[in-house]
Write a protein that binds this ligand. Structure first.
Ligand code: CU
Length: 101
């Protein structure tokens, strides 16, 4: 019984360590234009350029942000560069976004 509990504890620990870098590492980078910002919902609608890493064509879509603070000061029409991470369910979230010329 004790061995089983130890094995489970080790497995859980291994999974936690394995999962952490997946969330922390940037999965892809993109550039685009801000179409709409919904601060309270933590969503930005972007028209983004193609993202070859994800085999995504250019498109207009909503992105959730990892932290609503990322949307502070962001305005419609701004050109941006951003980084994406994957959440626990595999969805892509913006983890970094900055304006560019
Ligand atoms: Cu897209």
């Amino acid at each position: 019984m004790n061995k089983i509990l130890t094995a489970i504890a080790m497995l859980v620990t291994a999974l936690l360590f394995a999962a952490a870098p997946v969330y922390a590492a940037e999965a892809a980078q993109g550039t685009g234009t801000v179409i709409k910002v919904d601060g309270p919902a933590g969503i930005v609608n972007l028209r983004h350029e193609a993202i070859p890493q994800l085999q995504w064509p250019m498109m207009t879509m909503d992105f959730k942000v990892a932290d609503k603070k990322l949307l502070t000061g962001l305005k419609q029409g701004q050109k941006v560069a951003f980084g994406l991470v994957r959440d626990a369910s595999g969805a892509y979230l913006i983890s970094r976004i900055e304006t560019r010329k």
